[in-house]
Design a binder for this molecule. Structure first.
Ligand code: NAD
Length: 360
């Protein structure tokens, strides 16, 4: 089949790592008889340099015309790059926020996997890390505290700041449905995280998630409080499969879970809207400190391409083939600098892309 993929390489290491992901996708196309037609698009600092703005309407439209978008990362050194002399709404990151909003990307998926070969990088105790873990955090991305009404004012002579945490049942239902759909493609367990012992928004969250669960009898649902979940992630991460939560809780828990895997260059992410469309990108940034040296780890970008196949194109076998090739290359002892350990062979970014391609 023929698929249209928008490609935003972006800034810093973006171009190097996305090129490796495209190399892998091209091998998938050959092996499984697909055609991936790429449309290269500018966003972030590189778009500021060419167009004067981080995101153009043409780029938004081209993304909408694609089946999915594969992205690297955007931004530069926030202290030295001239992009950060611009007003905030003209800086690279403003382009990404606008793109997410324009495409209605309300569900952010971050798988956090501890590969047996990379246990040494895990920050947890050996008896915990030796069990490995494979969880996926689904964070609501367009509602809650970060998008609610806010103000700072003087009340009776005292400066007072107010942020509003609001969710309606439709916003909760659509992310709950995504969580159960994704769980059906994994180990069929959903942990819904809230603060229902205190917050009204969490009590509505719990009620709606329970309603949605009725339609997925094969999936086990459990509810957990956010404070206890933060502890459980470091105590027993292997218990989690899909974790679904609101915007701010997800922001914090996904960084915690990412940290315990110990390797930023390994973590992909996806942001989905109500259709099958999604934007797929590594969890890390543009790493300006190592850009242009061919030493970045391309695995997060390659696994982002695998998520694109799985969630937007419904190509499960092909997605599995990429994930298995990544596991194989780690088993075979190849590492980029960021995940290097004794007894392994250190390779460059482009070599890592080739080694994974060869294992498909
Ligand atoms: P960063 O994630 O770019 O880098 C943090 C550290 O991790 C650096 O030492 C970097 O070398 C390393 N690192 C990151 N990805 C790596 C990879 N694939 N392989 C090997 N090492 C890797 O975070 P930062 O330095 O805080 O931010 C740099 C720029 O990236 C900033 O402009 C920031 O705004 C931007 N950023 C963009 C996104 C995005 O595009 N979604 C996300 C986060 C940060």
């Amino acid at each position: 089949m023929k698929y249209h993929i928008g490609v935003i390489k972006g800034d810093g290491i973006g171009s190097e790592i996305v090129s490796q992901a495209m190399k892998v996708l091209d091998q998938i196309a050959v092996k499984y008889g697909h055609v991936f037609q790429y449309t290269q698009l500018l966003m972030g600092g590189c778009s500021i340099d060419v167009n004067g703005v981080p995101l153009t309407d043409e780029t938004i439209q081209a993304c909408k015309n694609s089946d999915a978008v594969l992205m690297g990362s955007i931004g530069g050194n926030t202290t030295t790059s001239p992009w950060y002399q611009l007003p905030p709404d003209r800086r690279p990151e403003a382009g990404l926020l606008k793109l997410r909003k324009s495409l209605g990307l309300f569900a952010n998926l971050r798988p956090c996997v501890l590969y047996p070969e990379l246990r040494g990088a895990c920050t947890l105790r050996e008896d915990i890390s030796s069990q490995g873990f494979d969880m996926l955090i689904m964070r609501e991305l367009t509602g809650g505290l970060y998008f609610g009404e806010r103000r700072t004012e003087e009340v009776n002579g005292v400066m007072t700041a107010v942020d509003t945490l609001s969710y309606n049942e439709n916003e909760i239902r659509r992310i709950a449905v995504k969580a159960f759909e994704v769980a059906m493609k994994r180990r069929k367990k959903v942990t819904s995280v809230d603060k229902a012992n205190v917050l009204d928004s969490s009590r509505l969250w719990r009620k709606v998630v329970n309603e949605v669960a009725q339609n997925y009898p094969e999936v086990t649902l459990e509810h957990a409080l956010v404070d206890s979940t933060a502890m459980q992630i470091v105590k027993n991460p292997a218990q989690f499969d899909v974790m679904v939560t609101e915007n701010m809780f997800g922001d914090i828990l996904s960084d915690e879970a990412a940290m315990v895997t110990g390797s930023l260059g390994m973590l992909p992410s996806a942001s989905l809207n109500e259709t099958k469309f999604g934007l797929y990108e590594p969890s890390g940034g543009s790493a300006p400190d190592i850009a242009g040296k061919d030493i970045a780890n391309p695995i997060a970008a390659i696994l982002s391409a695998s998520m694109l196949l799985r969630y937007s194109l419904d190509l499960q076998t092909e997605a599995d083939a990429i994930e298995n090739a990544v596991k194989k290359v780690l088993q075979d002892g190849f590492r980029t600098g960021d995940i290097m350990s004794d007894g392994c062979k250190q390779v460059k970014c482009s070599e890592m892309g080739t080694l994974i391609t060869e294992r498909i």
